[in-house]
Design a protein around this ligand. Structure first.
Ligand code: C2E
Ligand code: CA
Ligand code: CA
Ligand code: CA
Length: 277
C-alpha cells in the first residue's frame, strides 16, 4: 500500500471504507428486514429429465426492500454470513419452506423442498434444534425436507461434518451436495460423505457444447454420482439441446429457466396443479 504513493494509498483507503459503509448499511437494512418480515421464499421446480414432471422444489430467498427494489441473494447472503444474521435468515427460509411444502402436500402434491444452507449455518451448534422446530411447527413429513450444502461447508473438519450430516439424515432429511465441481472436490471425501443427491454446477452446463472436454466432464460426473449411489441433478438448464444431452446421459433431474424460473408460492401452486393434472 505504501509503495503505491500518497494518491494510490488514498484511493485504496476510500475504496475500502466505502465498501465497509455499504456493507454496514446493508447489514442494518437486513436486520430491519428480518424484524418486519420482508424476506420471501421463491421456488424453482426440479424436473425429472425423462418424464418432464416436477419432482421437487428448491427454496430460494428473495428480499424486496421497502421501496419494492429487489436485492439479490448473491449480494446479501455473504453479508448475512459475516454479520451472523444468516442464522435468522436461514430460520425464516426454513420455516416458510416447510410451511409451504406442507400446504402443497395437503393439497395433494407431496413434493420435497430443498433449502440452501450456508457454511456458517452448517457449523452452527443450534442447527439441529432449528431443523426440529421447523419440522415440528409445520407438521411436514421429514422425508419432504432436503438440505443443500456446499463442498466448502463440509471440508473444514471432515469428521465433524460427517457426524452432523449423519444426525441430519437420521431424522429422515435428505442431503444434497450443491455446486459440485466448483470447490476442492476430492473423490476421497466424496466417498465418505453421507449424501443423497449431487448437483452439477451451472458453469459446466454453460460450457457444455464449447468443446468435447466439457461434455466428457459432465458425463464423468453423472457416472461418478451413479457409481456412488447418488441421484444427479443438473442446474441452470436454459437450452433444449442441454436437456437432450442430459436425457442421453441419463441424468436424473434438472432445474433451469428452460422449465421455469423461481416462482412465488402462489404461481408455483398453479404450475404444480397444471403439471400434475
Ligand atoms: P444456488 O444455490 O446455486 O442457486 C441457483 C441460482 O441459479 C439461483 O439464483 C437461481 O435463481 C439461479 N438459476 C436457476 N436456474 C437458472 C437458469 O436457468 N439460468 C440462470 N442464469 N440462473 C438460474 P439466486 O436465487 O439468485 O441465488 C443465488 C445463490 O444465493 C444461490 O445459489 C445460493 O447459493 C444463495 N441462496 C439463495 N437462497 C438462499 C437461502 O435461502 N439460504 C442460503 N444460505 N443461500 C441462499
Ligand atoms: Ca442451491
Ligand atoms: Ca447450485
Ligand atoms: Ca451457487
Amino acid at each position: 500500500v505504501q509503495l503505491s504513493g500518497r494518491n494510490g494509498y488514498r484511493f485504496y483507503d476510500e475504496k475500502l471504507s466505502n465498501k465497509t459503509a455499504r456493507d454496514f448499511l446493508m447489514e442494518t437494512k437486513l436486520r430491519e428486514a428480518l424484524l418486519s418480515d420482508e424476506l420471501q421464499v421463491y421456488y424453482q421446480p426440479r424436473v425429472d429429465s425423462s418424464s418432464g414432471s416436477i419432482v421437487g422444489l428448491e427454496a430460494l430467498v428473495r428480499w424486496f426492500d421497502c421501496d419494492g427494489k429487489s436485492i439479490r441473494p448473491d449480494e446479501f447472503i455473504p453479508i448475512a454470513e459475516d454479520s451472523g444474521l444468516i442464522t435468522g435468515v436461514g430460520e425464516v427460509v426454513l420455516h416458510k419452506a416447510c410451511a409451504h411444502a406442507k400446504q402443497l402436500c395437503d393439497a395433494g402434491y407431496p413434493l420435497p423442498v430443498s433449502v440452501n444452507l450456508s457454511p456458517k449455518q452448517f457449523e452452527d451448534s443450534g442447527l439441529l434444534n432449528i431443523l426440529d422446530d421447523a419440522l415440528f411447527n409445520s407438521g411436514l413429513d421429514h422425508s419432504l425436507l432436503e438440505l443443500e450444502i456446499t463442498e466448502n461447508a463440509v471440508l473444514g473438519n471432515l469428521a465433524e461434518s460427517i457426524k452432523t450430516l449423519e444426525l441430519i439424515r437420521s431424522r429422515g432429511i435428505k442431503l444434497l451436495l450443491d455446486d459440485f465441481g466448483t470447490g476442492y472436490s476430492s473423490l476421497n471425501y466424496l466417498m465418505s460423505l453421507p449424501l443423497d443427491f449431487l448437483k452439477i454446477d451451472k458453469i459446466f452446463m454453460d460450457k457444455l457444447f464449447q468443446d468435447t472436454k466439457h461434455e466428457n466432464i459432465v458425463e464423468f460426473i453423472i457416472v461418478l454420482a451413479k457409481s456412488l449411489g447418488l441421484k444427479i441433478i443438473a442446474e441452470g438448464i436454459e437450452e433444449p439441446e442441454q436437456l437432450d444431452y442430459l436425457k442421453r446421459k441419463c441424468c436424473d433431474e434438472y432445474q433451469g429457466y428452460l422449465f421455469s424460473k423461481p416462482l412465488p408460492f402462489e404461481s408455483l401452486l398453479e404450475l404444480v396443479g397444471d403439471n400434475f393434472s
